[in-house]
Structures are given as structure tokens and as C-alpha cells.
Write a protein that binds this ligand. Structure first.
Ligand code: NI
Length: 172
């Protein structure tokens, strides 16, 4: 178990496509555990492997409320197989874009297919926060960030802010 450093905007890895997982090995199981540890530590409700610098199609989520027992979910090679015409709007944030939140419109309901850590293929329907979160995380696997779904003005503003912060940090 290990908490790993988060990959933060404008790190170019956030713009790359992640590779499919072809076998669920001990490495993948350890990766999923590290991702959960990192997500709970942050804290966040979802994390894609790219966010700890591993370019594999693995997502973890836990939508349990603070006073509820943990409900860790690991999705290997997740993909959207259906999306509703109907949309919903949620305020989104991202551990790779700290302290920035904006409302994003996405399909309100989706069907998602994935493999479990046991290698079982599952297809389930998601709505509400689950639907939003799973779409946000699958976007990460394709190098897409939630700020790409905002107006150009908002996206440019936040991109500039993080580029400046990175420069400041590099300058020490
Ligand atoms: Ni994110």
C-alpha cells in the first residue's frame, strides 16, 4: 500500500491515451491498491491511473458518503457502451486540477462495461453522481480533462493559471 504523488496540470501525460490492460497481474492489483490509497488520502471520489503517472486503463472510484462505509470500486478497461440523450449538470473537480470547480453538462445516464480485478466482465447502468464520475474518469484514459468541456474562455483561464503556477514552482 502506498500513496503516490499526483500528476498535476499542465503535465503532458494528462493529455496522452492510456493503454488497455491485457492481463490482471499482481502489478495491476498493486496499482489499483495504490490508486485507492492515493484517492482516499487526497481525498477524492475517483482517480484514473494516469493521475499517478501510470498509462494504463484503470479507474478507481468510491462514492460513499463520509458517514458511510467505504465502497471501493475498481474498473479495468472501462468503456461507455450507451449514453442517454438526457443530460445533467454537476459541479466537477479533479485531483489533477486542484481547487478548481466548475459545472459540466454530460449525459445523465450511461451504461459502462469493464472488468473487475477478478477478471469478470461487468456491464452496469449508472446515473446521478456515478454517471458523471465514471465519464470524467474514462475521459482521463483518453487524455481528456473536464476543463475541455467548459467554454474556451474558462478553459484558457484555468490552463494559464496552472501553467504560471508550474513555472513559479520550477523557478523555485
Ligand atoms: Ni479528474
Amino acid at each position: 500500500m502506498a500513496i503516490r504523488p499526483l500528476v498535476i496540470l499542465p503535465d503532458p501525460r494528462l493529455r496522452e491515451k492510456s493503454e488497455p490492460v491485457d492481463a490482471i497481474t499482481d502489478d495491476i492489483r498493486a496499482l489499483a491498491q495504490d490508486m485507492l490509497d492515493t484517492m482516499y488520502d487526497a481525498p477524492g471520489i475517483g482517480l484514473a491511473a494516469v493521475q499517478i503517472g501510470v498509462m494504463k486503463r484503470v479507474v478507481v472510484m468510491d462514492l460513499a458518503k463520509k458517514d458511510e462505509e467505504r465502497q471501493p470500486l475498481v474498473l479495468i478497461n472501462p468503456r461507455i457502451t450507451w449514453a442517454s440523450e438526457e443530460t445533467s449538470v454537476y459541479e466537477e473537480g479533479c485531483l489533477s486540477i486542484p481547487d478548481y470547480y466548475e459545472e459540466v453538462e454530460r449525459p445523465a445516464r450511461v451504461r459502462v462495461a469493464y472488468q473487475t480485478l477478478e477478471g469478470e466482465t461487468v456491464e452496469r447502468e449508472a446515473d446521478g453522481l456515478f454517471a458523471t464520475c465514471v465519464q470524467h474518469e474514462i475521459d482521463h484514459l483518453d487524455g481528456v480533462l473536464f476543463i475541455d468541456r467548459l467554454s474556451r474562455l474558462k478553459r484558457e483561464r484555468v490552463t494559464k493559471k496552472f501553467a504560471k503556477a508550474a513555472k513559479r514552482e520550477a523557478a523555485g
